[in-house]
Design a protein around this ligand. Structure first.
Ligand code: NAP
Length: 491
């Protein structure tokens, strides 16, 4: 519990009490009712787009078209989780019927997944809708039956308040009085309030999207509580792109244009931005990339804080010995727009200076040239955990047999002749990877499987039917897919 001596602490106190008041109702909703909650939020976000987008526009430098697209993505995510809940496989219902004839006799065992309880959600500045108040962490927590307390991001506080108001109006239509206001609330935006939220004993898990620095600081707080809780941090990543010699020979300009489009998209402010391009020396790729970047204009960054952080990171990189500046970038003194930059380093330097393989959030990337394709595998072995790893290649190249398993070992998503920016919200999407791209490699924050983070397993042993949760009864009133005595049964 927090001491209510600060306004932020009082807000945490109120929000956690409201979340607890909503928790039992939400956890007890059947799939149809829970899906109705998610669908009501999706419809409300869509209906409020004209109100919300201008607020987001005023608080960030993101263009209207991008924000409108993000609203659609956000409602799409909520609808996907409604489908996930209705489908019911996410509850992993498993029944082993009693076998008194066995020695020793086997009791009746019924296992399923239940929500953890109130979840704290920290969104990132670069997605004020899709990774924020009603974003994927919130949608997946609600799908698990968990109320959410959002830590307001200082990059979009008015938008967070307006989104919560929209959510409350919608929830009042589908949830009982006294419950609706606690399903999604927000506190903050100051740092201390976020810390108080994670420390509050009523919070059962944290979903975080943001920087490694912030994520690791909050993870420590979650772990240092008297009762530690799961912390799911989706952090940044270098997202390497490996270009084979055959691909570079076949289509250098196409690959260069695709890479430049991807790393400069949205002023490089995507966690999936390709921050490392590995190309064969003497292939013409380097020249093609420089030429393609030279045609990209300066772009506004999200806010002055993100711009300052980017420029400091870039200065650090440019000051490293051995770094060759291919395009310096720079800031327009009148508009503060930032031009894309590109630097090259000898491949060996990435071994000596591990900083080079860390995310630099903004419009810059690193180009590395190799002589021998064996160097691709050497570099892949040294990669930190990444959200994505991309290969631009040609079918049948011998180098792929060694390279692809190495990339699978390091990345959450491995791409073939594509670009990592743009994350489809689907059943099979994986967004998250080995540390440091995420605090745990076991989960995803995007796509249907994200719900698993906020569910925990419980087995009921030996209960009569009418004392079991409805989901576990033989009559299967929730019509859930189940594994009964080892055999998968669909409703
Ligand atoms: P950020 O600075 O880490 O902020 C995220 C949230 O955490 C904010 O509410 C922030 O509040 C809070 N926070 C940060 N440090 C904290 C600390 N030490 N103690 C308590 N709270 C703290 O991240 P951002 O700049 O908004 O987002 C950009 C980053 O997000 C990039 O690195 C990008 O790659 C990453 N990102 C990752 C994904 C993904 O899915 N993997 C998606 C989008 C973005 P304060 O600002 O008040 O500190």
């Amino acid at each position: 519990m927090t001491t209510p001596d600060r306004q932020g602490d009082r807000a945490v106190e109120r929000a956690c009490a409201q979340a607890v008041a909503a928790a039992d109702w939400l956890a007890g909703t059947d799939p149809q009712r829970r899906a109705a909650v998610l669908t009501a939020l999706a419809d409300a976000v869509d209906a409020a787009a004209d109100e919300l987008v201008p607020i987001a526009r005023a608080e960030s430098a993101l263009p209207t078209a991008r924000l409108t697209g993000e609203v659609a993505r956000t409602s799409g995510q909520l609808r996907l989780f409604a489908e996930v809940v209705r489908d019911g496989a996410c509850f992993e219902v498993t029944v082993d019927t009693a076998r008194p004839d066995l020695a020793p006799p086997r009791p009746d065992l019924r296992r399923w997944l239940v929500g953890l309880g109130p979840v704290a959600v920290f969104g990132a500045s670069n997605f004020p809708f899709a990774f924020s108040t009603l974003g994927n962490d919130t949608a997946s927590a609600l799908a698990a039956g968990c109320p959410v307390v959002v830590k307001t991001h200082p990059g979009h506080p008015r938008l967070t308040a307006a989104t919560v108001a929209v959510a409350r109006r919608a929830l009042a239509e589908v949830a009982p009085e006294g419950v609706a206001d606690g399903i999604v609330t927000a506190v903050g935006p100051d740092v201390e309030t976020g810390v108080a939220l994670v420390r509050d004993d009523r919070i059962e898990a944290v979903g975080f999207t943001g920087s490694a620095r912030g994520g690791l600081a909050l993870q420590r707080i979650a772990q240092d509580r008297p009762r530690p809780i799961p912390f799911y941090g989706e952090l940044g990543s270098i997202n390497p792109v490996f270009v084979t010699r055959a691909a570079a020979a076949a289509r250098p300009r196409e690959i260069a244009a695709g890479f430049v489009g991807s790393y400069t998209l949205g002023a490089g402010q995507y966690c999936t931005k390709p921050g490392l391009l590995v190309v064969p020396r003497g292939s013409g790729m380097r020249g093609a990339v420089v030429e393609a970047v030279a045609g990209v204009g300066a772009q506004a960054m999200l806010n002055p804080g993100v711009r300052a952080g980017f420029l400091a990171g870039l200065d650090h990189r440019l000051a490293l010995p051995g770094v060759e500046v291919l395009l310096p970038g720079g800031v327009d003194p009148e508009t503060a727009a930032v031009a894309p930059s590109l630097v090259a380093v000898p491949i060996g330097l990435t071994a000596d200076v591990p900083d080079l393989l860390e995310e630099c959030f903004g419009p810059t990337s690193l180009l590395v040239e190799y002589e021998d394709e064996a160097e691709l595998a050497d570099l892949a072995r040294r990669l930190p955990g990444v959200l994505t790893a991309t290969v631009a290649g040609e079918v049948g190249e011998p180098v792929l047999a060694e390279l692809l398993p190495l990339l699978e070992a390091r990345a959450g998503r491995v791409l073939w002749n594509g670009w990592p920016t743009g994350v489809a919200v689907t059943w099979s999407m994986q967004h998250g990877g080995p540390f440091p791209s995420a605090t745990t490699a076991l989960h995803t924050s995007v796509g249907a499987a994200a719900v698993r983070r906020f569910l925990r397993p419980v087995t009921w042993q030996g209960f009569p039917q009418d004392l079991l949760p409805e989901a576990l009864r033989d009559a299967n009133p929730w019509r859930l897919p189940r594994r009964v005595d080892g055999v998968l049964r669909l409703p």
